[in-house]
Design a protein around this ligand. Structure first.
Ligand code: C2E
Ligand code: MG
Ligand code: MG
Length: 829
């Protein structure tokens, strides 16, 4: 077989076995000349059935009617080839979408010998394509029509490729304006600066999808909250990355709702937290409130709420009120009380308040309670609320305060306020029953010195002991009060006669007499008492007390440790004292106070060695007033400081003018030592006058040293160190004691004139003088005997070794101008 023949055979074989293509030849008339397997498969005919038939059998009746088979062949005859897509009919009548190629076959001379026809059954592809197109069309319509979503595509670089209605609606750009632009224009400048657009694309490229929410910018610059999805798109066929699909949805409103929802949720949580806190707080308030709180259900009578306090008070430690009836849960006695209070509260229109002393589980307590109906929101009363405050301690404190306000803290005795009340009450009662009321004013003799010397704590003990003794001596109905300091007062009510008060006063004096034992010391104190009666003296409480005070002053004046009753004279006396006080102030300024000088004579030489300055008040109407009549008043009122300074200045100034070198003795009151400026006053008097300190002698009495008064001793030392001499005046009259002589190195002791006066008659006075002179001699202290009026006295004193004498025998106190210069002559006369 030739190559051509063999290849021809092979070709035929190939054509005949091709299954996917119907390949066959037509005669120039269009009759089927051969038939391959592909044709059989496509059209359903076997070769024997179709060979020799016109190929138009494959056309539909309509195509055949339209002459399409012939027209096609005609076209091939003319053009040599035809390619067509169209519907053909299979043997079984079914339609087949065919891709038809018909080519003219000519011989070497160009004469048409037939047609080669290749038909491919594309029905499946056709339908698939049709479906695809339809799908795409729908999709496009869908995408373009979607209003709520901005759906568009980006190229691989992020430039907008297409644009739907939703995108236009959301972002404001038309397709013309935005296609080709980079999609980052939708981002805010800040997000652009952060590189968010690129990051989104990068994530989508890397992970296939990027999803986020954020703020985007519209064409007009306004912002909206958006949900964005970017998906990377790859070619379905070759998998090549071709860009991004971007779906953006304006969720501003949703976002706003979400935010509002979130806020609402937070608010609700906060509110619920607050509510829960509040409720916890209320629980804790109720359980910790320092009061009993009980709520009773009106219908059932059961306790709905009771705090710890209520349980503790009404049930004791283990019990609980909640859930039961008060009488069942509480202790019997408290349950009864509680039920009664609740019942009263339920009945009373405006609640029921009470203060009751109740036997509770913790003992007797005074409860200040209130029970009332509690209404619900509808105004109906469902509950009874009982609140009780334990007022026991408060009342006790009030009682304590009341007691404190009316009693003296130190002695526990009534104070001035309560005393006044009791006095007024006693006066009223006395008036009613026609009986006497007496007021006693008590003052301790020299208490001040004891206090100053031994300290306040010591003084306090003494006052307490004293209070006890006095109180025991009185009737229950009598009032003993401490008015302050060492001042006590007594109200004796409903007396039958004045003597009863005098008896009581004497008893009080007597009971104080025995020495007190305090801190190992034995102490005797005296008490002076003044008595005034109502209605005899006065029926006004204040006046009565002031009258008793006047009587007290009198008792002290009359020698202390005694009582005096008020009488009109005392009132006059008190009046006089007040007058003196005022006049004394004036006298000081008017120069009515003068000094008289009395000589002090040396027993050995019989010469005047000094003068004692003694104060006189030249009263314009009452004549000369002696010191004893105004010095005590000056001391009481404090004018003594001014008077004392005046005396010092005057004495120094006058003495400085004397020709001789006599000393000048100035009396200092104990009160003057209370003035811190005493040393300075003396210094100034000396420096102003130019008097040598050695010419000044200061006379003090024992009272300055009473109780080892360290401060006064210190002042004395200072004065002495200046060169001033210190004399102890009126020695032997006070509490005396030789002990004083040890406490300070005196320059002189002045023996009181009472001993000199008695010395010739009284051996006792004589022996006291002797003791003083002996001691003074041994201590090398000068002695001056005061009040020497007779030569006998002078001689005896001289015999006892007394160094100096002073008295009328040598001269009366006289003004400086008239003072005697030569003693010997007048004394001898
Ligand atoms: P004193 O210091 O003991 O003064 C002596 C008193 O005895 C003086 O009384 C004087 O006049 C009086 N006297 C003198 N010689 C005799 C006599 O022979 N017989 C009698 N019976 N009496 C005589 P006076 O002047 O009435 O002074 C009384 C007291 O007043 C003084 O007693 C003194 O304690 C006080 N006193 C006088 N002047 C002052 C003063 O300037 N300041 C202070 N604080 N007290 C003064
Ligand atoms: Mg004197
Ligand atoms: Mg004297």
């Amino acid at each position: 077989m030739s190559l051509v023949a063999s290849s021809d055979a092979m070709y035929r074989l190939l054509v005949q076995s091709v299954m996917d293509y119907a390949i066959y030849l037509l005669t120039p008339e269009g009759l089927i000349a051969n038939w391959n397997l592909g044709a059989q498969r496509a059209k359903g005919y076997e070769a024997s059935e179709v060979i020799g038939q016109h190929y138009s059998i494959f056309y539909s009746q309509a195509d055949r009617d339209a002459g399409k088979p012939a027209a096609n062949l005609e076209q091939v005859r003319r053009t040599g080839r035809l390619e067509d897509h169209g519907w053909r009919v299979r043997k079984d009548g079914s339609l087949m979408r065919a891709h038809v190629v018909i080519e003219a076959v000519r011989d070497d001379n160009g004469v048409l010998v037939g047609f080669a026809k290749i038909t491919r059954d594309c029905t499946e592809q056709y339908y698939a394509e049709l479906a695809r197109r339809e799908h795409e069309r729908h999709f496009r319509l869908l995408v373009q029509g979607v209003q709520d979503y901005a759906i568009y595509m980006l190229d691989t670089g992020g430039h907008v490729i297409n644009w739907n209605a939703g995108a236009q609606r959301a972002k404001g750009y038309t397709a013309d304006e935005i296609v080709g632009q980079h999609f980052s224009v939708f981002y805010t400048p800040q997000d652009r600066a952060l590189g968010l657009p690129e990051q989104g694309l990068e994530t989508a490229r890397r992970e296939g999808r990027f999803q986020a929410q954020g703020i985007r910018q519209r064409k007009d610059g306004s912002h909206f909250w958006t949900s964005v999805v970017i998906e990377a798109i790859h070619d379905e066929d070759n998998g090549q990355f071709i860009g991004f699909a971007k779906i953006t949805r304006d969720i501003s409103e949703q976002h706003r709702y979400e935010l509002q929802l979130l806020q609402a949720k937070e608010l609700a949580e906060q509110y619920s937290q607050e509510m829960s806190n509040l409720s916890q707080f209320l629980d804790s308030v109720i359980s910790n409130i320092p009061a009993c709180v009980v709520v009773q259900d009106l219908a059932s009578g059961k306790v709905l709420l009771a705090n710890n306090h209520a349980d503790r008070l009404f049930c004791g430690e283990a019990g609980h009120l909640i859930g039961g009836l008060p009488r069942e849960c509480a202790l019997p006695i408290t349950g009864e009380f509680l039920e009664e209070q609740l019942a009263r509260g339920a009945r009373a229109a405006h609640g029921y308040a009470a203060q009751t002393c109740v036997q509770t589980a913790i003992g007797p307590r005074t409860l200040r309670s209130r029970a009332l109906l509690a209404q619900n929101a509808g105004g109906r009363a469902d509950y009874v609320l009982f609140i009780a405050e334990d007022a026991t301690d408060e009342l006790a404190a009030q009682a304590q305060i009341h007691h404190m306000a009316h009693h003296d803290a130190l002695t526990g005795l009534p104070n001035r306020m309560l005393f006044n009340q009791r006095l007024k009450k006693a006066l009223a009662q006395g008036e009613q029953c026609g009986k006497l009321t007496a007021t006693l004013c008590l003052d301790l003799d020299n208490f001040k010195n004891i206090n100053d010397s031994f300290g306040h704590a010591f003084g306090d003990k003494l006052l307490r002991a004293l209070g006890t003794r006095l109180r025991n001596e009185l009737r229950e109905a009598d009032t003993l009060a401490r008015l302050g300091g060492d001042e006590f007062a007594v109200v004796l009510a409903e007396l039958d006669n004045p003597e009863a008060a005098c008896c009581t006063a004497q008893r009080l004096i007597d009971v104080i007499c025995p020495p007190f034992q305090i801190e190992g010391h034995q102490f005797s104190v005296g008490v002076s008492i003044g008595i005034a009666y109502a209605p005899h003296d006065q029926d006004n409480a204040e006046q009565l007390l002031s009258f008793a005070d006047m009587a007290l002053y009198e008792a002290k004046r009359n020698g202390r440790n005694r009582y005096e009753c008020f009488h009109a004279g005392l009132h006059a006396e008190a009046h006089r004292r007040r007058l003196v006080e005022t006049e004394l102030r004036a006298a000081l300024h008017l120069g009515q106070l003068q000094l008289h000088y009395q000589p002090i004579v040396d027993v050995q030489s019989n010469l005047i060695t000094g003068y004692e300055a003694l104060l006189r008040w030249e009263h314009p109407s009452r004549g000369m007033i002696m010191p004893m009549d105004f010095i005590p008043i000056a001391e009481e009122t404090g004018i003594i400081h001014e008077i004392g300074a005046r005396v010092l200045n005057l004495a120094c100034q006058e003495a400085a003018t004397w020709e001789g070198q006599e000393t000048v003795s100035v009396n200092l009151s104990a009160v003057q030592f209370k003035n811190a400026g005493l040393v300075r006053t003396v210094t100034l008097a000396l420096s102003d006058s130019g008097l040598a300190p050695q010419r000044l002698e200061l006379e003090i009495t024992e009272s300055v040293l009473l109780g080892n008064n360290e401060q006064n001793v210190h002042i004395l030392r200072e004065l002495k160190s200046m060169g001033v001499a210190i004399a102890l005046d009126d020695f032997g009259t006070g509490y005396s004691s030789l002990g004083y002589l040890r406490s300070f190195p005196f320059d002189r002791i002045k023996i009181d004139k009472s001993f000199v006066h008695d010395m010739c008659e009284s051996a006792q006075a004589m022996s006291i003088i002797r003791a003083i002179t002996e001691l003074s001699t041994s201590l090398m202290i000068k002695t001056t005997a005061e009040g020497v009026e007779s030569i006998e006295q002078m001689q005896r004193l001289a015999a006892e070794g007394c160094s100096h004498v002073q008295g009328y025998l040598y001269g009366q106190p006289e003004p400086a101008s008239a003072r005697l210069k030569k003693i010997g002559k007048s004394a001898g006369d």
